[in-house]
Design a protein around this ligand. Structure first.
Ligand code: DC
Length: 224
């Protein structure tokens, strides 16, 4: 991993960090790691196994032996394409719960670091810049108000023809933020050296332009 450049994009759910990180990776021709997908797959495994969140040993063992693979934008669990299945609110909440278990985070650390491969990596999550890749060249922390994030999610779900309640969605987003920010290990927090962007009143294009401006400036500082 030494010498491989890394860009981290951290922030809460619905801030647009996934879209931003993916676009940066495509633009630079770098690898992309969606770390939230790993926690979501574990959430799905726990849900399917019907075990409760208290079974820490069992869940940590599952985390250490996840038959997970990313293949051309798809998330595969033991060969099964679970890309869509893991995007529900239920699995998002389940992911947030398993992600609060320190042993789970520890088990996934080395696995995530393996994704730092030439020519570079763009990693998106909550603790990419603080814990997993503290040496990253550029760290971005993307936020947006809970109301705006709930609105975006509401629109997405409606477009998929799913019935949703905006007030409940906002409450769920707040609850998840609270759990992700207050957990003891690797909480959702901006690294001191992170470039902070608030996307509440910005389009994804504006966010992307600003982020790329910052990235190009930082990378050219590194390679004069
Ligand atoms: O980014 P996301 O919504 O797909 O993440 C789902 C959950 O996984 C999120 O609520 C918290 C957890 N997560 C984490 O704890 N650390 C990460 N690096 C990424 C996600």
């Amino acid at each position: 991993m030494a010498g491989i450049p890394v860009i981290t994009v951290d922030g809460p759910s619905g801030s647009g960090k996934g879209t931003l990180a993916q676009r940066i990776a495509e633009t630079l021709g770098w690898h992309f790691l969606d770390s939230g997908a790993i926690y979501r797959v574990l959430g799905l495994m726990v849900e399917r196994a019907g075990i409760s969140g208290e079974k820490i040993d069992k869940i940590s063992e599952m985390a250490a032996n996840m038959p997970l693979a990313f293949d051309r934008g798809k998330v595969l669990l033991d060969g099964e394409d679970v890309s869509e299945l893991i995007r529900t609110e239920t699995i998002g909440n389940q992911a947030s719960k398993v992600a609060a278990i320190p042993q789970v985070r520890e088990a996934l650390l080395a696995w995530q670091r393996k994704y730092a491969k030439a020519p570079g990596l763009v990693a998106d999550g909550r603790d990419m810049g603080t814990v997993v890749f503290p040496q990253a060249e550029v760290k971005i922390f993307l936020t947006a108000s809970a109301e705006e994030r709930a609105q975006r999610r509401y629109k997405q779900l409606k477009e998929k023809g799913l019935g949703v309640n905006l007030a409940r969605l906002t409450d769920e987003i707040r609850e998840r933020d609270e759990r992700d920010s207050k957990r003891a290990v690797a909480p959702l927090v901006a690294s001191n050296s992170a470039y902070q962007l608030d996307s509440t009143a910005m389009t994804i294009d504006e966010v992307f332009q600003r982020a790329m401006h910052k990235i190009r400036a930082s990378l050219s500082d590194l390679r004069p």
